[in-house]
Design a protein around this ligand. Structure first.
Ligand code: GTP
Ligand code: MG
Length: 176
């Protein structure tokens, strides 16, 4: 996996997304410091909100292969200046979080992330699982095989893949 750093204001859902990507139980945990040893670098929202701390995000982004700028679908405004992605010397992607939220406007958040300079945007929800596998697939390195790719290969081998209609199953060459 390529290493990603999550940047976004407090409560934007960075820690919950980290838990969802790792298949962990979703529990509230206030991020207090940056742990840059992990494959996902989770940062405290205060670093993105405070001028004096923001510089360290630039330093820690050097530890990552990809920078993920998060924005919750419930945001009333954008924290990111236009084209802020040009400050990073890493690939920067936008991640809209909380797409499941009843009060959210995911398209508005995506638009703000595009304005910040993100070309690729992921629409996600850590609660429903939307978009989680898309991020993992995006971070996958060439030699890696993801768990669902192994399962799909096994299903395809058994003939459960494309071409079968819903009421027919091909088990070891026998259509039932
Ligand atoms: N509806 C909804 N709520 C979410 C989702 N992800 C996170 N939340 C909620 O948003 C709140 C903040 O989530 P965190 O993951 O702690 O946010 P954070 O960005 O890590 O916050 P800091 O550590 O303070 O920077 C929690 O109450 C979560 O339950 C989501 O996908 N959908
Ligand atoms: Mg956190």
């Amino acid at each position: 996996m390529r290493k990603i750093i999550f940047i976004g204001r407090s409560e934007s859902g960075k820690t919950t997304l980290t838990q969802a990507m790792k298949g962990k139980k979703l529990t509230y945990h206030k991020t207090q410091y940056i742990n840059h040893y992990d494959v996902i670098i989770d940062t405290p929202g205060e670093y993105a909100e405070t001028k004096e701390l923001a510089g360290s995000l630039a330093v820690y982004s050097a530890e990552a292969d990809v920078v993920g700028l998060l924005m919750s679908s419930t945001e009333p405004f954008s924290l990111y200046p236009p084209n802020v992605t040009s400050c990073a010397n890493r690939e920067v992607v936008g991640i809209v979080t909380k797409c499941d939220h009843w009060a959210g406007d995911p398209e508005q958040a995506a638009e703000w992330l595009r304005l910040a300079g993100c070309k690729k945007i992921f629409m996600t929800s850590s609660f429903t699982g939307e978009g989680i596998t898309d991020i993992i697939s995006y971070l996958k390195e060439e030699h890696e095989v993801l768990p669902w790719e192994t399962v799909k290969a096994q299903y395809d081998k058994l003939g459960y893949g494309e071409g079968n209609n819903d009421d027919q199953m091909n088990i070891n060459g026998v259509v039932v």
